[in-house]
Structures are given as structure tokens and as C-alpha cells.
Design a protein around this ligand. Sequence first.
Ligand code: GDP
Length: 462
Amino acid sequence: MFQTDDTIAAVSSAGGVAAIGIIRVSGPNALALIRPYLTALPVDQALTVCPAWQRVSGEFRLTDTIRCRCEVYFFNAPHSYTTQDLVEIHLPGSPALLQFVLQALLRDGARMANPGEFTCRAFLNNRIDLTEAQAVAAMIGAQCDSQLKAAERLLEGELRTRCREIKEPLKQLLALIEAGIDFSQEEIEFIDSCQVRQQLIAIIDQMNRLLSSSQSWQQLDLAPRVVLAGPPNAGKSSLANRLTGLERGIVSLVAGTTRDVLTSPLKLAHGECLLLDTAGLGPVDDPLGEASQHAARKAMQTANLIIWVMDATCPQAFEEIIQHQALIDVPAILVVNKIDLINGSVQLICQDTPFEKMLYCSALQNSHLEELRHTIDRMLADRLITAGRDEDIALTSMQQFELEAACQSMQNAVSLAEDAEPEQELIALEIRDALDHLAVIGGEVTTDDILGEIFGQFCIGK
Ligand code: GDP
């Protein structure tokens, strides 16, 4: 059983240091729990002005003497995600600070939220249906644009529509078979075995199309990862934008603009890979910069290929890149970028080069980028995947399992229909079984086990 009448709290922003961190509190005491910590915030007055929701800025009282700036969003029931009173406190994103505040709220009577419990409450209170809840999980887990789009299609209810398209003809077929069973003593034939078989096969075909659209979406998780690395301002984001045709990273003259790891699908001649644009390596003097560099190093360690990028006008970066590459056991190529800024060639001397290939490019002038694409394509060759079609939809592993089980029941029904004297009752039984599995996918049948499985996959705070 899921408890929904108490007040839960959790940090709902991502782990690590960030500009802003968020604590979410939902339940009947949400407002009362927060109120003593807010100094000089016109909470009650604000809620009278706008009863649905309100945003107020002010200070959060950490101790009698220490305060920090905050923004607080109050959502009055039923105008919130969970449909309960819900408060979101936006604070400076220091993990220690967020834990300090969370522990204080827990001491005051809030309960630590379980994974996915906010979304679970949204579902149990009929704010969203089960396929939408699963779409939220898919969105949180999406690694690139194609996956995000596939999750969006799920959120827009496309799975429900596709399940309905499968279930409606299946229900009609079952009705005809059952009518034949009920009137088996009469001379009337509602549908003959050949038609049953044909219709079953047509529906299996539809199910297989849904399955393969989801599998190709999931394949993106297996796509090889190509990491763009190097000093700040070398032109990594410009290269990523040119190669993928997407404007993801902010390209600017200020060094250190890519703060996080930006992932985009990169389409090549033999398939697709994921291109990860990382923060520039080099000295940093703030925790945010340190966190970005940590993320960049982690991305490099799990890469299938590293593209080191250096600025042709800063040849001194070469030595530094070689030292970094010596610590990583991943194949790498070196791109000397901005060749439009130099006359002649750059002298890079290295006796024992750690790079599989060195290329001279200009992201600005789009020169030699085809050669770079070709090199990546050749080096990753058979590992590239085909994925990310427009009709792809993000099924969770449980939905996929149920769809496969429904397909299996349908195959059993086809085999039975092929018998010389088909057993109509057994065919009907298999079809009913398939319909039961489809009902789980469409979110019509739920048990505590199913809900536990779905919401257990979320992270805490979502
Ligand atoms: P990152 O920090 O390595 O991601 O570098 P950016 O892509 O943000 O580029 C830093 C600056 O260099 C920007 O002003 C870009 O317009 C410029 N830039 C990037 N590639 C080239 C190039 O090939 N030639 C020239 N002249 N400028 C470039």
C-alpha cells in the first residue's frame, strides 16, 4: 500500500554542486513546515492574492544567525504536480546546504520521500496516468535529443493510442470467436479459421512494429560515445555544432563556457553515435568549474573515442594534451582547429604519438570537417547503431516485457488456429491473455507490485 496522506520531502535537483538546488515538500503540512524558516516572506498574503500558486523571494533561516537567499514556490492543493499542497525551495546548489535544510525538515516531521514518490502521488491522485508517469522517468533518463523526443511521444499519450489500435481489432476478433463458441450448435459461422489466422497475424505485425520502434530507441544507450576534449576556447562546442548540425553548446569568446557535458546524436555514413561536448580542461578556481572538469574526466573514461581539440594558435597545449591522453586508455585523435588563423603549418613535435590520427581543421570555415566525420565513421565502423526514427517511442523494460508476452500469446493463438480442427476456446483464452498484457502496458491494470516496479526506477525527489 502507498501512503499519501503524510508530508514528504526530498532534494529534487541533481546531485553535485550547481548554481541552484531544489528541495520539494508535498503533503498537508508542507506550508506549515516551511513557514518558520522563511523570514519576512509575505507567504499568506501572497496566497490570498493568488490562491493557486505563488513565488516569493527572500531569506531562508538556517540558524538563528545564518540566513541564505532563497526563492520559494507555493502550490496550493489541487493546483500542484502531486495535487497536494506542495512547496519548492530554491536555494544555492551546495549539497551540504541542501542536506542541512532537508534534515531540519525531517526533524520537524516530514518523511523522506521514496524514489519517484512525488510522481507516484501525482498518479494516485489522478493528476497523470501511468504511461505519463513512465514518460516522466524516460525523460529524466534521456541522454540525447532522440531519446527525449521518444519520451515526449510517450508523455503525449502515443502509447495509449497505439495500444488502442492493437486492442480494438483484437477485442472484435475475440467477440466473433466467442459468439461462435456460444452458438456452436447452430449452423451460423461468425468467422472462419482462415480469417482468424489472418487477423491474428496482422495484429502481431502491429505489435512487432511497436516493439522494434522501442528497441531502436533503447539502442541509443548502446551507441558508441565520442568525447570532445581539450583546453577551453579551442573550439570544441563549435566543432560539436558543426558536426551535429545542432546549436547545443554556447559558443563564446569567454573561456570555460561549456559547464556540463552536452550530448547530441551524431549521424555518420554507417550509423549513429553520441557526441559529448565537455568543459575545457585547465586550472579552475570555483566549485562549479571543478564539478564540470570532474564530469569531463568521467566522460573521457567511458568514451569509445576521444577527439582532442587544440587551438592552432596555442601550440603549447599539445604537451598538456599528450600528458592527459597518457592517463587514459581510450583511442584518440587530435584535431588542430582554427587553422584559418595561421599562415603555413603548426610544428607539433612528438616522437611517439598517442593519436591514431591528426587532422587540421577550421570549425569556423567548415574546412576539413568531412575528413573528421569520415575518420570517426571509420574508427567506430561496426559499432555505430541505427536509431532515432521519428516514430520511435520510449517503452520501459516492463512495458516491453508485457508486449513480448502479449506477442507470445498471439503466436500461440495462431498455432492453434492452424490446426485442422481448431479449439476455439483455447484460441479465445490466448487472446484474452494477450489483452491482459496489453492492459498493463496501457496503464489500465495496476497492482502494488507494478507500481513499486515503476516508481522504484525513479530517483529520489522526482
Ligand atoms: P570551446 O570552449 O572549446 O567549446 O570553444 P568554442 O567552440 O566556444 O569556441 C571559442 C571561440 O573560438 C569562439 O569565439 C569561436 O567562434 C572561435 N572558434 C571556434 N572555432 C574556430 C575556428 O576554426 N576558427 C576561428 N577563427 N575561430 C574559431
